[in-house]
Design a protein around this ligand. Structure first.
Ligand SMILES: NC(=O)c1ccc[n+]([C@@H]2O[C@H](COP(=O)([O-])OP(=O)(O)OC[C@H]3O[C@@H](n4cnc5c(N)ncnc54)[C@H](OP(=O)(O)O)[C@@H]3O)[C@@H](O)[C@H]2O)c1
Length: 287
């Protein structure tokens, strides 16, 4: 029987051991790990994947793009797509730094407690790769999104990028100066998702407890102090003020299941491209 081969492309010198373990747990039989991958090295690697197996066996080879730099990973994904000839291709997945699986798991967790299409959501620290994806998935499902940053220029740029991807929806930039008026930005929010850098508090517990409209708060930062005050890292639908909270580990179970299922689905055909939207659909199917 033809073995499932996953080619792991990583822009970091050492390919991520996390991504390798998940791949093997998802049933990958042969894992080919490449580190320090640059756009210029992609074509040869992709052609090696495309021209070795034919017919039905082509879907038993797939490519995973990881690494800590999400922007580089996006360029590697494009280079992979550019290397294909028509139907001669293999399936691709991008989850650099866990950006897509993490954002998808966070939004699905939020949707358990509020109707996204009817909600006002604040994505705190939303200019990073995870925050932009969270905003994209929420806006795509009809939520009214506010995306915050310390800089109005960065927030505006991130919102424009999200709108370009989603097409239509509401994503509004807001700047919050360090130590500034977070309560004002959160006013009326039913969903709050903290996507700031690791170890940075974006909103304190007192402000969260005073947010009467809150249905669900999610904090993706796992490094103390909490990004969203009052949300514990292992919380999973734990009470906070008028709503419930999830910490980074609290959404981690769904993230891991989503990652494994996404890898498994790569081998169902030779033309899948799993980026934020497709990985979100997988997370939704898990629920
Ligand atoms: N649980 C998981 O599996 C998992 C996986 C991936 C990521 N994560 C976590 O998810 C979060 C988001 O990841 P990411 O890679 O998108 O984050 P990131 O790019 O490192 O940071 C996100 C944003 O945080 C803001 N920020 C940075 N320093 C700040 C400070 N001192 N004060 C206020 N804001 C600050 C920046 O926005 P501005 O400069 O525009 O203000 C930045 O764009 C991180 O906490 C990360 O650790 C968790």
């Amino acid at each position: 029987m033809t073995q499932r081969i996953l080619i792991q492309l990583d822009s970091d010198l050492q390919p991520s051991s996390f991504d390798s373990v998940v791949a093997i747990d998802a049933g990958v039989e042969q894992l080919l790990r490449y580190g320090g991958v640059q756009v210029t090295s992609v074509e040869t690697l992709v052609h090696g994947a495309m021209f070795t197996r034919g017919g039905d066996d082509l879907c038993k080879t797939a490519i995973f793009i990881g690494g800590s730099d999400v922007d580089v990973a996006e360029r590697l994904l494009k280079a992979c797509r550019d290397a294909f000839f028509g139907p001669v291709r293999v399936s691709l997945m991008l989850d650099a730094n866990g950006c897509n699986t993490t954002a998808s798991a966070a939004v699905v967790a939020a949707s358990r407690h509020a109707d996204l299409a009817d909600s006002r959501v604040v994505v705190l620290g939303g200019t990073g790769p995870v925050g932009r994806r969270v905003a994209q998935l929420l806006a795509g499902d009809g939520a009214r999104v506010t995306l915050t940053s310390r800089s109005i220029e960065r927030a505006t740029r991130a919102c424009s990028e999200v709108m370009e991807t989603v097409g239509e929806g509401e994503v509004t930039p807001v700047a919050i100066a360090p130590g500034g008026q977070t309560a004002e930005a959160l006013s009326g929010a039913e969903i709050v998702i903290g996507c700031g850098a690791a170890g940075i508090e974006l909103v304190d517990k007192e402000t969260m407890l005073g947010l009467d409209s809150l249905k669900v708060a999610i904090d993706l930062n796992a490094v103390p102090p909490a990004g969203v005050g009052g949300v514990g890292v292992t919380d999973k639908a734990a009470p906070i003020g008028s709503g419930v909270g999830y910490g980074a580990i609290g959404v981690g179970g769904l993230k891991m299941k989503t990652h494994r299922m996404a890898i498994e689905s790569l081998f169902t055909s030779n033309d899948r491209v799993l980026d934020a939207h497709e990985i979100y659909a997988i997370a939704k199917s898990i629920g």
